[in-house]
Design a binder for this molecule. Structure first.
Ligand SMILES: Cc1cc2nc3c(=O)[nH]c(=O)nc-3n(C[C@H](O)[C@H](O)[C@H](O)COP(=O)(O)O)c2cc1C
Length: 330
């Protein structure tokens, strides 16, 4: 029988399927059901930097929401402060009800005072912290180096506050993605998650308004994560987990083959319920049994860029070949 256990961020996971941060993980009862369904670990829903800043410096955040009346500001402040206590309870109660790692999550965009709150997350019992960092490069006064510096500042500051392992959940807007990620991996972080799936705009043609595009990923959205994990897994000095487009066990296997330690899964659980976890794990086991692999380390990284004979398979030239093989069938 195949052994699916893995380590990730220094944590022992019984399998590489991590339920990613979302509303699937916003209640201890839901976390318990995910653990019962077989998840290897869970990442709790994210707390926003702004929520924490409400407690640290309500006035400053209230200024950010300048259109609120004083009363609304007070309500907003109370609600957000209440959110923090609830979040700490979510960590404590989830930890008390499951025996799999529970990873807390914060959405952040700066290295401001919110970082102090990480100590309370650690004290509440979180096994690790995932920082969902996204700085949209839309401000023309910031160049790439200015933006990338913020990631290092956050890591520096968080390191001074906590000892539990930290993962950075990344986006793709980096002009020198490989260099930046390799440099970040040399800091104190234990893992990087590639990649976050962000809110994207779409257009409603009937109403001529902007609307949110699909919230859920599709099964063929996995290849960007796969490409970058394949390119980076032998170059970074931290673990990598894939995120986006893992809808079946085969995609988790592909991520492992290119060097991932784990895969975050969200959309397919929304679409197919918690039962999908068992199905995905069975697919992994079946493939391993058929191939005669006993452990994930028997094949992990076998197809990373540095280990395959044609490293260009990960790069652009392959596209030229790919498209030139397509015939016009009109
Ligand atoms: C409804 C929903 C809510 C999400 N909320 C968060 C969140 O609070 N924090 C976060 O880091 N990612 C959040 N995500 C992103 C997921 O954790 C995950 O990275 C993304 O959905 C890609 O994985 P998937 O293709 O398996 O869905 C959310 C995704 C969905 C669909």
């Amino acid at each position: 029988m195949a052994d699916l256990s893995t380590t990730y961020m220094g944590l022992e996971l019984k399998n590489p399927l991590i339920v990613g941060s979302s509303e699937l993980t916003n209640k201890p009862e839901k976390v318990k059901k995910l653990a019962d369904a077989g998840a290897g670990a869970v990442v709790l829903k994210s707390l926003f930097e702004e929520q924490i800043m409400m407690e640290v410096d309500a006035q400053r955040v209230n200024n950010m929401y300048g259109s609120f009346s004083d009363v609304e500001n007070y309500v907003a402040f109370y609600t957000r402060k209440h959110d923090l206590d609830e979040y700490l309870s979510l960590i404590k109660d989830s930890k008390a009800s499951v025996d799999i790692p529970v990873i807390a999550s914060i959405n952040c965009i700066s290295a401001s005072e919110w970082v102090d709150f990480a100590t309370r997350i650690q004290n509440a019992g979180a096994d690790a912290l995932e920082l969902n960092m996204f700085i949209m490069p839309n401000d023309p006064s910031f160049d790439g180096a200015d933006i990338e510096k913020i990631y290092f500042e956050v890591v520096d500051k968080i390191e001074q506050n906590i000892e539990i392992p930290v993962a950075l959940k990344m986006g793709t807007y980096f002009s020198g993605l490989a260099k930046s990620f390799i440099e970040l991996s040399k800091t104190s972080i234990s893992a990087m998650v590639l990649f976050n799936r962000f809110y994207s705009p779409d257009v409603n043609l009937d109403k001529e308004t902007i609307k949110a595009a699909n919230v859920f990923s599709n099964p063929d959205d996995f290849s960007n994560s796969l490409r970058w994990i394949g390119i980076l897994s032998d170059q970074v000095e931290c673990d990598l987990s894939a995120s986006t487009g893992a809808h079946d066990g085969h995609t988790i296997l592909k991520n492992l083959l290119v060097g991932a330690k784990a895969t975050h899964v969200v959309s397919t659980i929304y679409k197919n319920s918690n039962n999908q976890i068992k199905k995905m794990l069975e697919e992994i086991e079946k493939w391993m049994d058929e191939k005669g692999y006993q452990t994930l380390d028997d094949f992990r990284g076998k197809l990373s860029q540095s280990r395959i004979k044609q490293p260009m398979m990960y790069e652009r030239a392959q596209f030229m070949k790919y498209y030139s093989n397509y015939r016009d069938i009109r």
